[in-house]
Ligand binder design. Structure first.
Ligand code: UDP
Length: 408
């Protein structure tokens, strides 16, 4: 198949861990690479955010990346990109009119908007993966949500206009159904994990206390790192590594890093909290393997790739029972699920695990089995291809009037 991926803010070539670069970048990169391995041709369209990048690059994994001129060629927060999606759509339309792919797969709602606008006269099937939903973000972030006010309305329209929706977890399917979108046009295709890179054997980063907890992610409040710091107060002889954010050396200028370190200081655990900043893909497995448990304590999580990476490394996971984490982490088998934003309950679950080596080992083995049997990128690519196949064999014409409404 000739596949066009559209990922407006999340380039598959970006370094991970920055404010707007995480799971979506990785998903687009790994899925594209796996589809190329299976003999398909993949082009990823992403916004040009640097004047010096070439118009097109071929990634080492064999997919093409096209840098779309839409808005100023510099980094912009993703919540400021909506005004540039018309220009993005015109570029896509011109490319696809000249050279039509078999399918367009849009990632995130703004890519969905540009894609349905570009595809509408071309009879081109569109698959949408939202990665995150405005309605969920608003529920948890309230007035701190900086998404454009149109987001929720447009997500519903995009959901109605696309040929199929590939949701990443069952919780997302419930949310989409609550938005009034038809269940019959949805499939669940989770994110995967690189099983060559993330495996139980291999080097381990050194640890300094008896027990080590590792938590990883973009340094944004909803990742709940403050909850883990609060739990640490109740866990003696335990250190916490919070990986992510800007590169080491630039953490002084990061307000969220400073906020977290301030909390650690106030709670008297500053000497047991390490913040190494952004960790490269190469160094991530050794860091995860050094943990007695990996903690994922977000307020909400659309999918959450980190628990899968930990499981693939044979490390037990203690996670909030939210979003995609309730699909990936099996409570009492591969780890423990706890309510979000409850440091005392998190500490209790962690204490139980840290004091019982046999349970940790059993969870680690079960987690590794689960990651290997269900979440390889080759398996995810095969699942995605089944969704493409169904979309290609769906009548596209019926969507046209709906797309027209989105355009207005
Ligand atoms: N990541 C990384 N280095 C960092 C921080 C994060 O490589 O310093 C990776 C992490 O290993 C995972 C991804 O970024 O693969 C984060 O994905 P996740 O779905 O957990 O969170 P998101 O960022 O999408 O909210």
């Amino acid at each position: 198949m000739r596949i066009s991926m559209v990922s407006e803010h999340a380039s598959p070539l970006a370094a991970l861990g920055g404010v707007d670069a995480g799971g979506q970048n990785l998903h687009v990169a790994e899925l594209s690479a796996a589809l190329v391995r299976q003999g398909h041709e993949v082009t990823v369209f992403t916004r040009r955010d640097d004047p010096d990048t070439p118009d097109e690059v071929r990634a080492p994994a064999g997919y093409r990346v096209v840098h779309v001129p839409a808005g100023p060629p510099r980094m912009l927060p993703k919540d400021e990109l909506l005004p540039h999606m018309g220009e993005f759509a015109r570029f896509l339309h011109a490319r696809w009119a000249a050279d039509r792919p078999d399918i367009a797969h849009a990632h995130f709602w703004m890519s969905g908007l540009a894609t349905v606008l570009a595809a509408r006269d071309l009879d081109l099937p569109v698959v949408q993966t939202f990665h995150a939903l405005g309605v969920v973000k608003r529920r948890y972030q309230g007035s701190k949500d900086t998404s454009p006010p149109e987001r929720m309305r447009l997500e519903r329209l995009i959901g109605r206009s696309v040929t199929r929706i590939a949701a990443t977890c069952s919780d997302e399917v419930f949310e989409l159904a609550r938005m009034g979108l038809p269940r019959t046009r949805m499939s669940v295709v989770p994110c995967g994990v690189d099983l060559e890179r993330f495996r139980p054997d291999g080097p381990r980063a050194p640890k300094y206390e008896r027990h080590r907890l590792v938590t990883v992610g973009r340094l944004v409040p909803r990742k709940g790192f403050d909850t883990v710091i609060e739990a640490l107060r109740l866990l003696p002889e335990t250190e916490l590594v919070i990986a992510g954010g800007p590169e080491q050396g630039r953490l002084d200028a990061d307000p969220e890093a400073q906020r977290l370190l301030g909390i650690a200081e106030r709670l008297g655990v500053r000497d047991r909290v390490h913040m190494p900043g952004q960790i490269s893909r190469e160094d991530m497995p050794a860091l995860l393997r050094s943990a007695d448990a990996v903690v994922c304590a977000p307020w909400y999580e659309p999918f959450g790739i980190v628990p899968l990476e930990a499981m693939a490394c044979g490390v037990p996971v203690v996670a909030s029972a939210v979003g995609g984490l309730t699909d990936t982490v099996v409570d009492g088998v591969t780890g423990t699920l706890v309510p979000p934003r409850k440091p005392d309950e998190l500490a209790t679950a962690l204490r139980r695990l840290l004091t019982d080596r046999a349970v940790r080992d059993a969870y680690g083995i079960a987690g590794c089995d689960r990651a290997r049997s269900r979440y390889s990128w080759d398996r995810i690519a095969a699942d995605t291809l089944r969704v493409y196949d169904r979309a290609v064999h769906t009548e596209v014409g019926a969507g046209a009037t709906r797309v027209g409404r989105v355009a207005r």
